[in-house]
Design a binder for this molecule. Structure first.
Ligand SMILES: [Ca+2]
Ligand SMILES: [Ca+2]
Length: 462
């Protein structure tokens, strides 16, 4: 992969996808054995892979890279940059077209899977109509990647990531409610004595968790100075915001992105959370990290592009509350949900459980029916096999007894015009009459096998 230290292309990413701290591997097509660039975090978007691949391909185009370096966040967001797509090389366009076709095909599969799940698969799918629900590409043109596609991709990612923090808070809240729900259910299952013990233990853990050094307000002088002194090993009396900014703009792109900011909070988080302690919940630590970053962005990122410039940073250090000495209230110290919300959550859980049980019961019944049907089919099959076998036995016996070849049309078997022949059943179940065929005829050993074959063949439709 091309390693561009000043890769402004990551600006698209910076503008949109700096939310997560988790890194995932990205597939790289180039074989260059250069130092691998730092991997961008998984955006958590369902089209994350497509987004990354488009950016990777665009990075390979000199013209586009140049334009990107001179673009600002607004140019990127309002689609001005997307127009530059018209000037990228043919080779890059071809690869983008390919990526888009793959993405459209993936979305079609998603639609199909969803429809199969809901409708049983027999419905005619309106692909174009359904593709319109995906806002990260232009569904009207499903074969080529155009400027419109880049514009939509940037817009969708920006918008979706703005909602992403909110979704994470909501998810965390549900996690906490689930935790409390399970704790209460567990307590209910205990006898009086054991329950008292458990509750005492719970209170003890809570107390232990709350015993920690004062947590500084993120982005305040105290917090930054602590990083300056302890992480950077510098003299606290020489604290300098500009130097601090440069030190912590670790990728050197001139802005502090969300990840670079979150890295500043590690010291504070370690005061409260230790993965080795039973009383410290690491999910809460991640929520804490997110809240700290949001707090700083709210106060510092004045143009709200999710990036902190040096100018924005310096300005924030001049604010009155930069010097505020009050501590930071941790996740644990504020109510995450009300009793009412917990009740609603439990009702919802209950309904979900009922629905799942109903579905399981239905599946069990379906399964039983299928098993029953299979048994019936097996029995039927056996009967047929038995009947065929009997007929074959009877016929070969008859033929042997008659000892004469069957006519070219097999008339011997199905319409025996025997001396005693009285069968009018035709090809129904022959043999009943033929077993009584006169025994005077000698079997012809050369012809008999052919007869047998024909008998078997003609009977197969049964
Ligand atoms: Ca940076
Ligand atoms: Ca900003």
């Amino acid at each position: 992969m091309i390693n561009l230290p000043e890769m402004k292309l990551s600006f698209i990413f910076l503008a949109v996808c700096l939310t997560l701290t988790v890194a995932v591997p990205i597939e790289r097509s180039q074989k260059k054995e250069e130092e691998p660039p730092p991997e961008a975090p998984d955006t958590g978007l369902y089209y994350d892979r497509y987004l990354r691949e488009v950016i990777d391909v665009l990075e390979t185009d000199g013209h586009f890279r140049e334009k990107l370096q001179s673009a600002n966040a607004d140019d990127i967001k309002n689609g001005k940059l997307s127009k530059e797509l018209d000037f990228v090389s043919h080779h890059v366009r071809t690869r983008l077209d390919e990526l888009k076709r793959q993405e459209v095909s993936r979305l079609r599969m998603l639609i199909k899977a969803k429809m199969d799940n809901n409708e049983g698969g027999d419905v005619q799918i309106d692909h174009l109509g359904l593709l319109k629900q995906f806002e990260h590409l232009d569904p009207h043109n499903q074969h080529t990647f155009e400027a419109r596609d880049l514009e939509l991709l940037i817009q969708a990612a920006t918008k979706d990531l703005e909602n992403y923090d909110a979704a994470r808070h909501e998810e965390f809240k549900r996690y906490e409610m689930m935790k409390e729900h399970e704790r209460r259910e567990y307590l209910k299952s205990l006898d009086e004595e054991k329950r008292r013990q458990e509750e005492a233990h719970f209170e003890e853990l809570k107390k232990k968790h709350n015993e920690h050094p004062k947590v500084n307000v993120p982005g305040s002088r105290d917090q930054l100075k602590e990083v300056w002194e302890e992480t950077d090993g510098l003299d606290p009396n020489e604290f300098n915001p500009k130097t601090f900014f440069k030190l912590h703009d670790t990728n050197g792109d001139g802005v502090l992105d969300e990840q670079e900011l979150e890295a500043l909070f590690t010291k504070e988080l370690e005061k409260v959370y230790d993965p080795k302690n039973e009383e410290d919940d690491m999910m809460e630590m991640e929520e804490e990290r997110l809240r700290m970053r949001e707090h700083v962005m709210k106060n510092v990122d004045t143009n709200q592009d999710r990036l902190v410039t040096l100018q924005e940073f310096i300005k924030s250090t001049e604010r009155k509350d930069f010097n505020e000495a009050d501590g930071w209230k941790t996740v644990e110290e504020q109510p995450m949900y009300t009793e009412d919300e917990l009740r609603r959550f439990e009702t919802e859980l209950d309904a979900q459980e009922k629905a799942i049980n109903q579905k399981a019961e239905q599946l069990r019944r379906d399964h039983e029916q299928l098993q029953q049907r299979q048994l019936e089919l097996d029995a039927q099959k056996k009967e047929y096999q038995q009947a065929v076998l009997q007929m074959e036995q009877r016929k070969s016996q008859t033929v042997e007894e008659q000892g004469k070849p069957a006519g070219p049309h097999g008339e011997l078997k199905f319409n025996p015009q025997e001396p005693h022949g009285s069968s009018k059943e035709g090809p129904g179940i022959p043999g009943a009459d033929t077993v009584h065929a006169p025994a005077t005829l000698k079997p012809d050993h050369q012809e008999a096998p052919q007869n047998q074959q024909q008998v078997a063949h003609n009977d197969t439709p049964l």
